[in-house]
Design a protein around this ligand. Structure first.
Ligand code: BTN
Length: 274
């Protein structure tokens, strides 16, 4: 495995690859932040424009889903947050976390050819030897206050790009991976980020202009959870097992329990059983 790092992220290198109209028109590249989501939420409350992007070389308090933290060492990975604040129907907002996962899968697949799937709602997994390992995670947070009010969200995307195995904490080494580990070579982060922003722009414009239909179809085709036996660890209220049957119109996971009851899950951690 060649592990020599790529060059550092800079405005100039990112701009050289960027082909978007609105997303990334305002772009902030930080050396170190607590969390790119946190910084961008502050900027949004001070009225920064739709499409503003914050990217950082490292995060000291990277945030994950369900109150977890996100391992964010310097110079190796992508930590990016995007403000999505076009006027949209409130029925579309619940699709943003799923849309960000589609964008991440499309981008990483196009650059590396890896076989990737989404674990509901938005974990991006690489499948190798029948095992799914987490490559990327997404945290979407609503902005309260600011011009766009509750319709604005920050979509935070973390992709493990050039992390060698030893850079992961011991407890994550069997369940997490990076593009470096999977491809055997380092990946330039600036073109990866530019392509990711392009995918997000295209999918978000589709969501705002046509509603969730097209996004839902794309999501279903990439979601490896559908059809599987799963266990869902629910937020603060135990766990349920069943078959992941469908994605509901708002992006929730429809689960059929062994008793034949249909549950709609809106927050939780899914474990693929078989
Ligand atoms: C998860 O738990 O899977 C979600 C991880 C999201 C991490 C990204 S990194 C960029 C952005 N800033 C954060 O603090 N979190 C998100």
């Amino acid at each position: 495995m060649t592990t020599q790092p790529d060059s550092s992220l800079s405005l100039a290198t990112i701009r050289a690859h960027l082909k978007t109209r609105t997303i990334g028109a305002t772009l902030s590249v930080q050396n170190e932040v607590d969390s790119t989501n946190h910084l961008l939420a502050d900027l949004a409350r001070a009225d920064t424009a739709h499409g503003t992007v914050v990217v950082a070389e490292s995060q000291t308090a990277g945030r994950g889903r369900l109150g977890r933290s996100w391992v964010s060492p310097r110079g190796l990975n992508l930590y990016a947050s995007i403000l999505l604040a076009r006027v949209q129907a409130s029925s579309a907002i619940t699709w943003v976390p799923l849309l960000a996962a589609i964008a991440t899968v499309r981008t990483c697949k196009a650059l590396t050819g890896l076989s990737l799937q989404i674990k509901w709602p938005n974990d991006v997994l690489v499948y190798r030897d029948g095992e799914g390992r987490k490559l990327a995670g997404i945290l979407v947070e609503a902005i309260n206050g600011g011009r766009a009010g509750a319709k604005a969200v920050v979509a935070g995307i973390g992709i493990n790009v050039n992390m060698p195995p030893e850079a992961f904490p011991e407890e994550l080494r069997s369940s997490a991976t990076s593009l470096l580990i999977e491809t055997g070579h380092p990946i330039e982060r600036a073109p990866l980020l530019a392509a990711l922003l392009g995918e997000v722009e295209c999918l978000y414009d589709t969501l705002c202009e046509q509603g969730p239909g097209a996004i839902a179809n794309a999501y279903r085709s990439l979601c490896g959870t559908l059809g599987r036996q799963v266990r869902v660890e629910l937020v603060g209220s135990g766990q349920v097992e069943g078959t992941a049957e469908a994605i509901a119109p708002d992006g929730a996971l429809r689960l059929r329990t062994p008793e034949g009851k249909i549950l709609e899950i809106r927050a939780g951690d899914v474990v693929h059983l078989r």
